[in-house]
Unconditional design. Sequence first.
Length: 364
Amino acid sequence: MNSCILITYFEPDSVNEAKGLCESAQYEVVHTIKQKFLHHRKFGISEAQLDDLKEKIKRSKPKVIVFDEILKPSQNYNLASELKIAVLDRESLILEIFESRAQSTESQLQVKLAQLRYEMSRAKEKVRLTRMGEQPGFMGIGKFEVDVYYNDIKHRMNNVKNKLKKSGKQRELHRQSRKRIGFKTISLAGYTSAGKTTLFNALTGEQREKSPKLFTTLTTTTRKFKIEKDWLLISDTVGFISKLPAYLIEAFRSTLEELTFTDLVLVVIDSTDNFSLLKLKFSSCIRTLIELGVEKEKIIFVLNKAENLDDDDISKKIKELKLDNDRKWIAISAKTGKNFSQLKEIIKKSVDDDRIINQNSEMK
């Protein structure tokens, strides 16, 4: 495992999530620098902080610097030039994790598209730096490649998009087939590491890999399971995270769009989080679901990991998230089976109600 120095915010939640991202990318954090502000114009940090960072690099000799914010290309260049070491911002770190986790051909294509979008968003600035006489080889741009650089990225993106379109057509055929057979579909969504895969395994009897590391699931997996006499299909999807850039959501749209076509979405929430972290993760999930166009009527909120919470704890968290106002929710433990029968009842009732609505609309 390579070592890194992490630059992040003071808040414990930010520190823990940033360390989790580093661990998932196979970086051991040897030192953490905490700051209130990470948007200084030239380096992201102040020049005084930069001098302190240089001393820490001399002592700990890390492989990379991980900067827990989105850096402009000029800031990344300035930092790397001053420190003589590779610098990864939050987006490039997440992309590294995604690349290492991608197993299927489709997820590998989606990661490649995200990487190209990341590169595209920085292309103009990279070209500008090169033309200003900054190091020609900076970030992979050769002196004589500048004029074709932008078009090359667009060409590669179009190739990947065309391949993903074919996967999308195949996915649409699967959806139509399931609809003809009469299967109702359920999708799991939620913040990364909320316990979606544990819940998926508990409902289906599968043994999918579950891990405390972030983004264990990148490829959507669908299996059937039974509630009473009815067979249903359930899909496990990629987890959300705060500050997830729009282009990354767009790159994984062909996978995430299952959430818009499904009959029911179970949004899994880690109920053990403190109030501030709970609200942050919840807001990230809601924002992503809105961006995808998921109808709120389809959503059931599942507060997972509730085995050690009493009714009063759960009630406070429900009020904090404003789920007590006409929103369907249930507190469970996918690990111990707490309230599992009640969860299945809610799923069955929601699916049966949807069947009745569909039958009535067909009769009109």
